[in-house]
Design a protein around this ligand. Structure first.
Ligand SMILES: NC(=O)c1ccc[n+]([C@@H]2O[C@H](COP(=O)([O-])OP(=O)(O)OC[C@H]3O[C@@H](n4cnc5c(N)ncnc54)[C@H](OP(=O)(O)O)[C@@H]3O)[C@@H](O)[C@H]2O)c1
Length: 250
């Protein structure tokens, strides 16, 4: 691994947890952020139990509390004596009925999936820009590639995150900083378990997704679909003319 010290935001579950565990297994020091302190401590303790030295730290925090981020980011970097990689994996996708427009839940989704990402990744971008090195990984989604009927605001937060990460890449690439946008399809996590999944569509395991994501970022890739064949599926979906797409119940 090219990294020594990492922050994983959204490390208590699913893709973020698997990324944190994969990094730790490769000897990277990891600072874990999420709300559920007990779950986060379990992840942290299991990493530190492996070979008996402190390699993981847990920082219970809610990404919607964006005012807390600058101080917490600084504290984490001080404890680890630097930072090479940040992963933003926090996200929610509330179940939204076809005729529901739940503003409170929607704004919560914006705060978690987008505002939190801006708060954490701006801190990292400023630091990496000064140091002229570092890697930023943002977990977006295939959902951001097109305005489907289901979960309108979830899709919009992922479109916003994708565009924000592209802009960070365009700002930082010439300063030696890697920014990788990750667009997972279906990954077997508690988030996905809330929804029926279409038959015959393969579902990736979070461990395999984590490995693919870290390999792609390590190779300096700008955008990675997970698994990679989703690139071609989404190319086809993006190519459907709007009047036809509107009639498809997808
Ligand atoms: N699974 C899929 O099929 C799939 C597909 C495309 C994209 N994604 C994206 O992948 C990312 C990870 O999702 P997942 O599937 O791994 O889901 P997950 O298992 O539910 O994990 C979500 C993570 O986000 C954290 N989180 C949620 N709200 C938070 C808050 N307010 N503050 C801090 N952390 C918060 C959760 O921790 P706490 O609850 O402890 O706070 C948890 O660690 C999300 O951005 C999701 O949109 C997933």
């Amino acid at each position: 691994m090219r990294w020594k010290r990492a922050i994983v935001v959204g490390a208590s579950s699913g893709i973020g947890r698997s990324i944190a565990e994969r990094l730790a297994a490769e000897g990277v020091a990891v600072s874990l952020v999420a709300r559920r302190s007990e779950t986060l401590s379990e992840v942290c303790d299991s990493i530190n139990a492996r070979d008996g030295h402190t390699q993981a730290w847990s920082y219970p925090s809610d990404v919607r509390r964006t005012d807390d981020v600058p101080d917490l980011f600084q504290k984490i970097v001080t404890v680890m004596e630097g930072l090479d990689l940040i992963v933003y994996a926090s996200g929610i996708q509330p179940v939204v009925g076809a005729n529901e427009y739940p503003t409170d839940e929607d704004l919560d989704t914006v705060a978690t999936n987008f505002s939190g990402a801006v708060a954490w990744l701006n801190e990292a971008a400023a630091r990496f820009s000064r140091e002229r090195t570092g890697t930023i990984i943002g977990i977006s989604s295939i959902a951001g590639d097109r305005g489907r009927r289901g979960s309108p605001v979830y899709a919009a937060t992922k479109a916003a995150l994708t565009t924000y990460l592209e802009a960070l890449h365009n700002r930082l690439a010439h300063q030696g900083v890697t920014v990788t946008t990750v667009k997972p399809g279906f990954v077997a996590t508690p988030l996905l378990a809330q929804f029926p999944t279409p038959p015959f569509v393969p579902i990736a395991q979070p461990e395999a997704a984590a490995q693919q994501i870290l390999d792609a970022a390590g190779a300096g890739r700008r955008v990675v679909y997970v698994p990679s064949w989703w690139r071609w599926v989404m190319f086809a979906i993006r190519s459907i003319p709007a009047p036809i797409f509107q009639r498809l119940n997808v």
